[in-house]
Write a protein that binds this ligand. Sequence first.
Ligand code: AMP
Length: 378
Amino acid sequence: MNSRNLPNTLGIIGGGQLGKMMAQAASQLGMKTVVLDPNKNAPAAHICTEFIEAAFDDEVALQRFASSCDRITYELEHLPVPALEEALPRTVFPQGTKALLTTQDRLLEKQLFASLGLPTVRFAAIENEQVLYDTVDKFPLPAVLKTRTGGYDGKGQVRITSKQDVVAAATLLAHGPCLLEEFVAFEREVSCVVARNEFGEKQVYPLFENEHAHHILHKTTFPASTTSKVEETLTTSALELVDALNFIGVLAMEAFVQEDGTVLLNELAPRPHNSGHVTMEMCNVSQFEQHVRACMGWPLREITVYQPGVMVNLLGEHMEGYKQHARQLPDHALHLYGKEDVRQGRKMGHVTFSLQEFITIPSSMYEEIWHVKEEAIQ
Ligand code: AMP
């Protein structure tokens, strides 16, 4: 602790891009950071105050890490909670394990929504093949079978359009118990990012509108173009969720909006979210700064949106096109995460444009960089 007895060292489990941007925000606020990650070349490794190279389930390393930090946070929710709990007596863990345990399991997540009376998709727990066959008989199709744990960016999901698909879908059960969900023909996907601190202060950003390509977030438009009713329902839901989880930090909630304006909650991320990156340039306070403030017991900042903006991810396969066209693109902020291996589907960085600049990008150039058609621009 520093001389004023304020916590000053934030420990971050996970040194990927989210950990890096948390560490940058902490550094701006004069804090020190200790990052723990198995990869010594992780994006956050070169900008933190201290780096511990260790596996996430290395109890000895976690305890050393916890002893060297006033408070700890994480950038990824797939963490072994028992190992983490061993380390907790040595530090303060504001986010708590309840949100981690809930968001690690899609069934618990959906049950939480239902228990709070929040709108979500129709779902059923599928423990084995027999239950899958029995449930599909009475479940509206198309549906999606998802693994309860371990899936992300569309991994661990199989669509069931007709009963013939069930045999192939059943192979997913080899990875553990699953969840069957109705397939939602949504009009748009949105996310809501909320921050809460230990004094009960809460701040919610306007909604983010998200487009995915191959199950990975491609583009976020901010603020989303939805009705005020959608905004209000989702904002209220997010506020209820952080209170129910007694959550401290930033939490993101993803939802589907249907054509008739009804909303259905899909999933939670108990941490800053890819869709919220646009806040770094478009708001007075980024999701990372709010997260660090909340975790360290600081007051939250009231959110002001400077202007509408668009964030587009740069995956491995976009890097060549981006480099070729960077000079011709309108003014944009570039974030490169510093990952060494450029791989297909790997998030290497992102770019943020003001909406005004974004709409001037020629669609042919957009397609050459991102390999998807962008209808909204000329
Ligand atoms: P998830 O891992 O649950 O966030 O799913 C990844 C993406 O798959 C979502 O962002 C949606 O685009 C799509 N998806 C997931 N669940 C459903 C569903 N029940 N209906 C329609 N699309 C879905």
